[in-house]
Structure formats: C-alpha cells, structure tokens
Design a protein around this ligand. Structure first.
Ligand code: GDP
Length: 444
C-alpha cells in the first residue's frame, strides 16, 4: 500500500540541496510535487489544499539541521504533518459505557463489513475477554445473515438466532434485548449495505442508530476505492454520524489517499485496518507507521530525529560554557524548559551537563512537572526579548503585564524570576569551581 505516493515524494525532495533556512522557493517547489503526488494517490482536493497550506506554513523559515539536507528536512516536516493529519496516536474501540456496548458497523456492500464485524468480535473475545453477541441486520442479501453466523462459528462468537422475514429494525431491537438480558458486554450490529448510497438505506441505519444508541458507529471502507471512499465517508458522516473508520484491504495494492482524506473529511479517527481475508487479519492503526509508509522514508525521518538530538547535545555544551562564564539569562532558561518538556524528563538533559548532581536534586525537590514547565514557558514567552536578556528590567507593572499575557499570576512570575536567580547563582559558582579545578590541575 502507499507505494506510488512514496515514490513521488522521494523524487520531489531530491532536488532540494541548498543549505540554511528553508526559503519560500524551496518549500513551494517541493510542495508542488507533494501536491501532485497526493492527488495522484486519490486524496480529495480540499484535503490536499489544507494539508499543503499547513505544511507550507510550518516549513518556511525552518532552520535546516546540521548534517541533513533541506530536502530531508522537508520530508520530516511533511511526515510530522501527515501523522497529525492521520490522527495522532492509535485509538482503540470505545466500549466505555454501561454494557452492552453497542458497536454499529456501517458501509457499502462489499466493503468488508461482515468480515470486519467478525474480526473485531473475535479480537474482543480473545484479547479482551469480552462476551460478544453479533447480529446481522442485512435482510436484503439472502445469505448475509447466514454468512455472519458461519463467521461466528469460526471465531467462536455467538450470533443472534435468525428469524426469517424479520425486518432490520426489529432484529436490532431484539438483539439489544437479548444482549441486555443475557449480560453480554458488547453487541455488534452488522448493518445492511448497498452498492451505492441511497436514501432508504440511510434512513434505515439512522432508525437503527436511534433505537440502539451505539457507542461506536464504525464506517467500514475499502482502501482500494480511493475518491469514492471519500464521498461515501462524507455521506455517512453527514447523514448518520460515525465515530471511527475501519479501512479494509490494506493488504492489497491500495493507494494511500483514502486514509488521509477519510480522516480529514469525517474528522473521525481511523481505528483499525483490515489486512487480509482471515479473521485474525486485523491491525491497530498507527498514524506514524502509515505516514512512514506513505513517505517510504522511515530512515530519513529517524535521521532527522537523530540530527535534532545532536543539536540538543550541542546546545547542552553551549550552555555549559555560558555557565562557566556566569551568563545564564532567561532565554537560556526558556531553551532549557523547552528541551525538558520535549525530552520528557529533567534527568536526561541535566545529565548532559558536567557536575550538576546538586541542581538535579534541587529541581527534583522543587517538583518540576510538565504542567509547571508549561506555565513557566508561557511566562517566559510573554516577556520581551529585552526582558529575557536583562531580567532586572522586570518591575511591578511589567510583571502584571507578563502574568496577564501568560494567564498566570504575579506570584508565579516572581517565583520563576527567583528560581532563575538561584540557578544563575549556582551555575556561576559551579563555573568558578570548574575553573579552579582546572587551575589546580594546571599547577600540579
Ligand atoms: P460486506 O458486503 O461489506 O459485508 O463484505 P464482506 O465482509 O462480505 O467482504 C467482501 C469480501 O472482501 C470477502 O471476500 C472478504 O473475505 C474480503 N475482505 C474483507 N476484508 C478484507 C481485507 O482486509 N483484506 C482482503 N484482502 N480481503 C478482505
């Protein structure tokens, strides 16, 4: 899957070879190719437009890290935006409600709805030890109900007994009643499909939704259908409302577009992928993995991440030098806090600096957690550059302005300034100690 898109994108980025910050020209040229690639991969036009605009904004002016090319830098930015556009972290099926949690499966005929219903039911039964009941509401296709019953036997999941001639809404109500009475954890409803969207189908599903109040309405869509899948997603979202998407036939030669635009068009996460006909051919959706596959450039992305780590190392060394000279201003503190937050741990970054066990212990005592760091960063960014370089300027009225601008209080601003003073003082001391140490070594 996604090969054609990745090939296109690699071509686009090879041409960017100049160094320095990314210029508008660099970015626009690369993004022209990205745009064509996305369109050819069947991503819907409005989705492409939005995507390109957001990447462009982020990329222009971005500094190119040492040891990588500007092209590689754009790849990383496009990759990060793809991950974001595809929906951040992996999300599982939501069953957080009073049992039975109803999961309604919707989609066109042939999308893989019935197979997917059984796949999910089997996973919930085996992995999460849930008691699952399945029911087919497809009374149009003669063998549909029987098909689900057969899959149920294979998956060892119970299906609602079939009553000939019973209309879909009545089946749904009976299924819910049975699941409630027999204390099932989950009820999976496999709704009827059509070859094309029609009003009758939409009304039928809407009525079923009203009667059974599903916590999840999963749209099953075939990844191979490209643009059509987008129109289907839009209609289901507008008329019924879905809470997630299951993309099937991802094992095939599908183009990447469907994943990106279905997510964008519905605003709902892609939750699961169908990767084969067998009942265990079910995978969680990992946006980062898919973005890597779309770009086909996983190694470039990790290369850029490594280069960014090196920058952090260089930054730590620069700071160590400033410490020795006793120049640690609020800009440095802001940099530090930013890095701390990014690295998710105070120990790591301080560990890069020589001889800071004492500060480390002090900071631990001060219980600097992520939330505090976030507020402190807000305070710092509400200061002017001049104020950060020369904290003595910050008197009462400026403190009030900074507190208001950062949504904090004057007390918090004071606390931060005091903390900075202490850090600067200690760093100066340590710097002197370091120099003495060196001198001693020189004398011996
Ligand atoms: P429904 O009409 O939407 O209920 O579709 P079915 O569940 O009957 O599936 C139609 C066909 O697609 C069947 O032959 C399935 O085995 C096949 N199918 C479903 N999901 C996948 C998948 O993820 N990968 C592949 N390769 N085939 C699938």
């Amino acid at each position: 899957m996604f090969e054609s898109l990745s090939q296109k994108l690699s071509g686009a980025f090879e041409r960017l070879t100049r160094r320095g910050a990314l210029s508008e020209g660099d970015v626009d040229e690369a993004l022209r190719e990205v745009r064509v690639a996305l369109l050819e991969a069947d991503v819907a036009l409005p989705v492409v437009k939005d995507f390109i605009a957001s990447v462009r904004e982020a990329a222009i002016g971005e500094a190119v890290l040492k040891s990588i090319t500007p092209g590689q830098m754009v790849v990383k930015i496009v990759h990060d935006h793809l991950v974001q556009a595809l929906g951040g972290g992996a999300e599982g099926i939501n069953l957080a409600t009073t049992p039975p949690a109803v999961v309604l499966m919707v989609g066109l005929q042939g999308s893989g709805k019935t197979t997917s219903t059984a796949k999910i039911a089997m996973r919930l039964t085996r992995r999460e030890r849930k008691r699952v009941l399945m029911a087919s509401l497809d009374t149009r296709r003669p063998a549909a109900q029987q098909q689900l019953a057969t899959l149920g036997q294979q998956a060892e999941v119970k299906t609602l007994n079939i009553i000939g001639g019973e209309p879909p809404l009545a089946i749904a109500k009976r299924a819910l009643q049975t699941a409630t009475l027999e204390a099932f954890d989950v009820l999976m409803l496999d709704s009827a499909g059509r070859l094309h969207i029609d009003d009758e189908l939409m009304e039928e599903i809407a009525a079923i939704k009203t009667a059974t109040k599903p916590i999840e309405t999963l749209l099953v869509a075939d990844a191979m259908t490209g643009q059509d899948a987008v129109n289907v997603a839009k209609t289901f979202q507008d008329r019924i409302g879905v809470t997630g998407i299951m993309l099937t036939r991802v094992d095939g030669d599908a183009r990447g577009g469907a994943a990106l635009s279905m997510r964008a068009v519905t605003g709902q996460p892609i939750k699961l992928l169908g990767v084969g006909e067998k009942l265990d051919a079910l995978e969680d959706f990992h946006p980062d993995r898919i973005a890597g596959r779309i770009l086909g450039m996983g190694d470039v992305v990790s290369l850029v991440e490594k280069a960014a780590e090196n920058i952090e190392q260089a930054e730590a060394e620069r700071l160590a030098k400033k410490m020795q000279k006793g120049q640690f201003d609020l800009d440095d503190l802001a940099d530090q806090l930013k890095q701390l937050q990014k690295m998710g741990g105070i120990g790591d970054i301080l560990g890069m600096l020589p001889g800071v066990a004492k500060i480390k212990a002090q900071m631990k005592n001060a219980k600097i957690d992520d939330k505090v760091i976030g507020r402190q960063r807000a305070i710092l960014s509400s200061m002017t550059r001049k104020e950060r370089k020369n904290p003595d300027l910050i008197k009462a009225s400026r403190k009030q302005r900074i507190a208001a601008g950062s949504g904090t209080s004057v007390q918090e601003v004071n606390k931060l300034l005091k903390q900075h003073q202490e850090m600067a003082r200690m760093m100066k001391q340590m710097g002197k100690m370091g120099q003495k140490g060196l001198m001693r070594q020189g004398i011996q």
